[in-house]
Ligand binder design. Structure first.
Ligand code: NAP
Length: 386
């Protein structure tokens, strides 16, 4: 896909792996990408890019590493690139700010890169997949429409806003089993959701900020696209309504959401729990490398899930739900929790790329052959097979 550049030529190529890069590598999501991609069985991290302020510097010199786990040794001496065409990789994982992603991601897709974006800039476009592999794997096929319409060699696939991600994960089994009419959600979102350095300590310590710019609109619309029906020229959004209140709270990682749902068809609490526990997504069936064993984890304790205790469920890729009980206004209410920079950002993006390797969008690859065989065995009509 992308043309070769001199910056990463000194890195040894790993046989059979797909070379990938990270845009916005020094930020909160970029660092998670580096963590998720370290020792990845299919992907080899060959390019790191950031702003013109950082380009040309060694990663360790330009990046304020904020994660508790140490910076992987392999990236310390990599030279940051400016993120323009010419990078030596096929896939670009983008953790760019929205205003930069707006123009740069299409430029890179046109140049032949497969861009997996965390930015909000292109999520609502009708020919851009907004993807969670367990929820709407068939929507990946929109890239064919995208390439045809835009004449690109590459493509853009997006993953949803971090709060919308976990809400959609929890709603998917309920939507499939019982249908949904109305959803009311109040979020308590961690400070890492605002990037690094993000919210000032003076603003968030001993405080809750009852406003996150543009967040409520994303939470109210993105789940409807993902739970909608695929058509070649776009997605017909799911036919229910969501009302969201979004708040920034002084937790570090992990977004907590209090949700009330009105179901279309009556269900008991046992049936609700069974819908969550028995749901098995395509990534779990195929054993994709970043897929958690459990897409949803149902907590039985009265006071769980909690951000500090439960955000790393399934290596940060599982959505935890708990406190299911009848709702005085709608049908039921419950609490959900999910990691915002893992499943809600970098982990979600990497799983999207794994899904599309398995679906055959990167051609026959030895690394993914067993998964592609398993996919063919599912005999599902909408997924592209190599
Ligand atoms: P962040 O911590 O502020 O990081 C921004 C990154 O973008 C840095 O690497 C920065 O590089 C780079 N950058 C800034 N200006 C640039 C430019 N002009 N050209 C190229 N690179 C530039 O932000 P973040 O929280 O990681 O968020 C990244 C994206 O993911 C955003 O679109 C955000 O909405 C989305 N997202 C975030 C989360 C989350 O939980 N944080 C969850 C889902 C989605 P320098 O170090 O050189 O400035």
């Amino acid at each position: 896909m992308g043309e070769s550049s001199s910056v990463s030529e000194n890195l040894p190529r790993q046989a059979g792996k797909i070379r990938v890069g990270v845009l916005g590598a020094t930020g909160a999501v970029g660092q998670r990408f580096i963590q998720v991609l370290a020792n990845h069985p299919w992907f080899e991290l060959s390019v790191l890019a950031a702003s013109h302020r950082s380009a040309g510097k060694r990663f360790a010199d330009a990046c304020h590493w904020y994660l508790d786990e140490p910076m992987p040794a392999a990236v310390r001496t990599m030279t940051l690139e400016p993120g323009q065409p010419g990078m030596d990789c096929e896939i670009l994982f983008s953790a760019l700010p929205n205003n930069i992603a707006q123009d740069l991601e299409p430029t890179l897709a046109a140049a032949g890169y497969a861009v997996y974006s965390n930015a909000g800039s292109h999520r609502a476009e009708p020919d851009v997949p907004l993807l969670i592999p367990e929820v709407n794997p068939q929507h990946a096929a929109l890239i064919e429409t995208q390439r045809t319409r835009r004449g690109w060699r590459g493509f853009i696939v997006t993953n949803p806003n971090c709060t919308a991600t976990h809400l959609t994960c929890a709603l998917k089994p309920l939507h499939d089993a019982f249908g949904l009419r109305r959803v009311f959600v109040v979020s308590m979102q961690a400070v890492s959701g605002a990037g690094y350095p993000g919210v000032s300590a003076l603003d968030i310590t001993d405080n809750v900020i009852p406003y996150i710019g543009n967040e409520e609109d994303k939470v109210q619309t993105e789940p409807l696209k993902m739970l909608g029906l695929y058509a070649v020229d776009g997605i017909m959004p799911a036919n229910f309504r969501i009302s969201a209140h979004c708040n920034r709270v002084p937790t570090r990682d992990g977004h907590l959401e209090c949700v009330s749902v009105e179901l279309d068809r009556p269900a008991t609490e046992v049936e609700m729990v069974s819908a969550w526990e028995n749901f098995r997504g395509l990534p779990q069936q195929l054993g994709l490398p970043t897929a958690p064993a459990h897409f949803i984890e149902v907590r039985a304790e009265a006071d769980r899930p909690q951000p500090r205790r439960d955000r790393l469920a399934g290596n940060g890729m599982t959505t935890s739900v708990g406190r299911l009980r009848p709702c005085e206004l709608l049908s039921y209410k419950f609490v959900l929790l999910g990691h915002n920079t893992l499943r809600g950002a970098a982990g979600g993006s990497v799983l999207n790329a794994e899904l599309m390797v398995a679906q055959g969008y990167f051609g026959e690859r030895a690394i993914a052959a067993p998964v592609q065989a398993a996919l063919r065995a599912t005999q599902l009509p909408l997924w592209q097979h190599a």
